[in-house]
Write a protein that binds this ligand. Structure first.
Ligand code: BGC
Length: 437
């Protein structure tokens, strides 16, 4: 295991991109036209009965937030567009006021000299789209492409990196595990949704390229390894393989070879627009998952004594290395588009960042084509079904007053960015001895 004391400094390449990531719904506030808003209104769906509501008020306060990011030396920001703002009622009915709003948002980033990663789909969908069955519906990708095409037309001059979907595999949480909307627990529907998202990626990419020929289009993956809890248990191994296919491999296979294959629903086709359809891959990483086939959800409980975050996720910097390596082998540039920790203890965040950047540096040393690191997230924000409890931000939000307070971990990261290196002295300055090993 890589330790935090056995090195002096790790350096990052020139032009390395540094910053933080966010999604529209989690920070903007005031969104009422998507399926997550409806989901939240149902009793018991969100911890503590939280509602996203005005969230961080980022819709109004974006300039203040970008100033903070800029002061913290970020040269890049990853953010999302809320589809249901642009098309609240129907695929071809655009709200021009919202189109202008996002243009101002992107211009504000450009004025601060920052590169932009733009996510077009980050879990939320307009109610009209979700009610028709999301991507399980035949032809749904055409509606998605209409919205994406308009975004490319409007913002093609401002966006550096386009992301069709954030973590398309999170479909499993809503369609198989029933914890996110639409609360299904149906394997066949899950496969349909995954197949639809692959087609959606192909159509969206084609729509972007039609408007902006040299656009850099990628897919952002939630990369987790699925490890059998009992290595010699046939069923645990079998489940782990199945989950790995649904979570990781069907996308890797689809986006490289164009093949969409889900035997359970009789789907096996090669979509030509899908062949080699990522100019780069985004790797989001939080944890690895152990599979216990006897557990109702298939995922094993964490063990007593394991380091876990506020989300109940185990730390796995070793898994981070393997995740980066797996995607780097696909031969395209890799951006670490999300990595972060939900914790109330900011020292833990410093340690988390140190350990994971140490891994990123090791991957660079091995010659892997890593081009940037974006922390999740700039601000504390609405953490989906967990509500406002988990605190992922580099910047603390007081949800009563919307006051922003920069955490020490943000300054730690700023120092790394400024020097384009992480040294043991920096870690010593930000992390008490008891947190190091
Ligand atoms: C998602 C974010 C989420 C974060 C922490 C990622 O999977 O893209 O929306 O807040 O993980 O759970």
């Amino acid at each position: 295991m890589l330790s935090l004391t056995d090195f002096d400094r790790v350096q990052f390449p020139e032009n390395f991109l540094w910053g933080a990531a966010a999604s529209a719904y989690q920070v903007e506030g005031g969104n009422t036209k998507n399926q997550w808003y409806l989901f939240e209104q149902e009793e018991g769906r969100i911890e503590n009965g939280d509602r996203c509501g005005r969230s961080c008020g980022h819709y109004e306060l974006y300039e203040e937030d970008f100033d903070l990011a800029h002061d913290l030396k970020h040269n890049t920001h990853r953010l999302g567009i809320e589809w249901s703002r642009l098309c609240p009622e129907a695929p071809e009915k655009f709200d021009t006021k919202e189109i202008e709003h996002y243009r101002k948002v992107f211009e504000a980033l450009k004025e601060r000299g920052m590169k932009i990663f733009l996510t077009l789909h980050h879990f939320t969908e307009p109610v009209w789209f979700a009610e028709k069955g999301s991507f399980t519906r035949k032809g749904a990708e055409e509606d998605f492409a209409k919205y994406v095409s308009r975004c490319a037309e409007e913002y093609g001059d401002l966006i550096d990196f386009w992301i069709t979907y954030n973590e398309p595999q999170v479909a499993l949480i809503g369609w198989l595990w029933g914890e996110f909307p639409p609360r299904k627990t149906d394997l066949a529907l899950t496969c349909r949704e995954l197949a639809g998202r692959l087609k959606g990626h192909a159509s969206a990419r084609a729509a972007i390229k039609e408007k902006v020929a040299d656009a850099q289009v990628g897919l952002v993956m939630a990369v987790s390894e699925f490890l059998p809890q009992r290595t010699h248990d046939f069923l645990d191994q079998h489940y782990a393989d199945l989950f790995d296919y649904l979570w990781n491999e069907c996308f890797i296979q689809g986006v490289t070879t164009g093949r969409i294959s889900f035997p359970l629903i009789g789907e096996d086709e090669v979509v030509s627009e899908l062949v080699d359809s990522c100019d780069w891959w985004g790797v989001n990483f939080y944890t690895d998952l152990r599979i216990n086939s006897r557990h109702p959800r298939g995922i094993a409980e964490t063990l007593p004594g394991e380091r876990v975050t506020q989300m109940g996720w185990t730390w796995s910097p070793e898994g981070y290395f393997r995740a980066i390596e797996r995607f780097a082998k696909l031969g395209k540039p890799i951006y670490l588009t999300e990595n972060g920790i939900g914790t109330l203890d900011d020292y833990e965040r410093v340690r988390f960042i140190s350990e994971h950047l140490r891994v990123a540096a090791a991957a660079l040393d091995k010659g892997l084509d890593l081009r940037g690191y974006l922390y999740w997230s700039l601000l504390d924000n609405f953490e989906w079904a967990c509500g406002f409890r988990p605190r992922f931000g580099l910047i603390e939000i007081n949800y009563e007053t919307l006051e922003r307070t920069v955490k020490p971990s943000a300054r730690f990261l700023a120092e790394i960015i400024e020097n384009n290196e992480m040294t043991i002295q920096m870690i010593e300055r930000y992390l008490p001895q008891s947190y190091r090993f």
